[in-house]
Design a protein around this ligand. Structure first.
Ligand code: DOR
Ligand code: ZN
Length: 415
């Protein structure tokens, strides 16, 4: 099998042939001979890796499941997604991790990793053997999974160090979160101010020495605190593309909240100049009914796994985002951080790629997307969608729909 076209190889676009064997890239040459050739116009890029999704299994499958979630991922050009543990019940024990793998494996169109949720009571060794990575909620946010006693959790530092796992932290210090009725996005923002993010990063600093990753950095002050910590970090498309002044009401309620324009601008600057490692969607689908139940009772979170790549490629198309930054933050860095042979068009790497035509943007419409939730905060915005997604050398998306059977694999525990 040979894929031919203008591909992003070793930092630049080159006309080439990519030879695939057993799902991996076997050679890259100017020309290659073979019977089975797929030729693409436009450009060929590595497929993306999303380090932060909520596919809602088990227990919350009215919002999403692995079939719908990984379908959305594949159609959005993502071939590996890392699923969060705040499910029902939460993924917090080795038994539950194993049950989860068994339940979702046959429904996954793309590869997946699973986070185990950490608390001060966690069986670290058992989780290290069953989970891909760890997630720590310093404050609860949808579901009641959170570290209860942080000083007790600090007592697990040696065990955590021995486990050597990637630890994604939801950095909101519960001491800075104010209760009270919220009617609008401004009220929600006021209840979870940027000082909560700063406080959360300061708490995380007490775990220095571990592989700490700051999930969804959202504020200018948070970025200042992040500098010099040595932690890796991610930003979401919703914090890049939206702010508290948008008119989406409860549909844009999310934790950490959408903030001010100056925060949004600071995130773009940090993203552009390399201070943020990755873009991750924090795909957090909730149903329309739940979101329409009144601002205060509406759950926080919004979908995004299918629109991350389209939104960012639209910026590339318009010349406001260098292609290298896109590939680094969506493909290369997430793969490196989780030790995956993905995210690059290079010999020995998984043959996961997307073909895109930068001359063909289209409007983002919920009707065209694949999450069960049926809505998108980016409705009407322009995006460049993959024409096709290639996963382990096979075309799994053609003309906006998935084809074939689910063949995603669990990335597993050795990461
Ligand atoms: O807004 C959010 N929604 N933030 C989170 O941390 C969790 C997520 C969810 O699970 O819905
Ligand atoms: Zn999340």
């Amino acid at each position: 099998m040979i894929i031919e076209g203008r591909a992003y190889v070793r930092g630049s676009l080159q006309d080439c042939c990519i030879g695939v064997e057993n799902g991996r890239i076997a050679e890259i040459k100017r020309t290659l001979k073979g019977d089975e050739k797929l030729r693409f116009g436009g450009i060929i890029l590595p497929a993306g890796i999303d380090l932060h999704v909520h596919f809602r299994e088990p227990g919350l499958t009215r919002k999403e499941d692995f079939l719908s979630g990984t379908t959305a991922a594949a159609c959005g050009g993502i071939t590996c997604a890392f699923d969060m543990p705040n499910t029902l019940p939460p993924a917090t024990t080795p038994e539950r991790m194993e049950e989860k793998v068994a339940a979702v494996e046959r429904k996954a169109f793309v590869d997946f990793g699973l986070y185990a949720g950490l608390t001060e009571e966690s069986d670290i060794d058992g989780l290290a053997e069953t989970a891909t990575a760890f997630k720590m909620y310093l404050a609860a946010s949808e579901g009641d999974l959170a570290v209860g006693d942080f000083s007790k959790l600090l007592g697990l530092k040696e065990e955590l160090s021995a486990a050597g796992k990637f630890i994604s932290i939801h950095c909101e210090d519960p001491g800075h979160i104010r209760d009270g009725e919220a009617k609008r996005l401004e009220d929600h923002l006021a209840s979870r101010p940027d000082s909560a993010e700063v406080g959360g990063i300061e708490m995380a600093e007490r775990l220095k020495g571990l592989r700490i990753h700051v999930a969804h950095i959202s504020s200018e002050r948070g970025l200042t605190s992040l500098a010099g910590t040595g932690f890796t970090s991610e930003v979401t498309p919703h914090h890049l593309f939206l702010n508290v002044n948008c008119d989406l009401g409860a549909f844009a309620k999310v934790n950490p909240p959408l903030r001010h324009k100056h925060d949004q601008n600071a995130l773009w600057r940090a993203f552009a100049d390399g201070r943020i490692d990755v873009v991750a969607s924090d795909h957090a689908p909730h149903t329309v009914d739940e979101k329409e139940a009144g601002f205060d009772s509406a759950p926080a979170g919004m979908p995004g796994v299918e629109t991350t790549i389209p939104l960012l490629l639209e910026r590339v198309r318009r010349g406001s985002l260098p292609l290298e930054r896109f590939v680094s933050t969506v493909c290369e860095r997430p793969a490196e951080m989780l030790s995956l042979k993905k995210g690059r068009i290079e010999v020995g790497y998984d043959a996961d790629m997307i073909a895109v035509d930068l001359k063909r943007p289209r409007r983002i419409r919920a009707d065209d997307l694949h999450s069960k939730c049926g809505w998108t905060p980016f409705e009407g915005m322009s995006g460049v969608f993959p024409q096709t997604t290639i996963f382990r050398g096979e075309q799994i998306v053609r003309d906006g729909t998935v084809i074939g059977k689910p063949s995603g694999r669990y990335v597993g525990a050795k990461h």
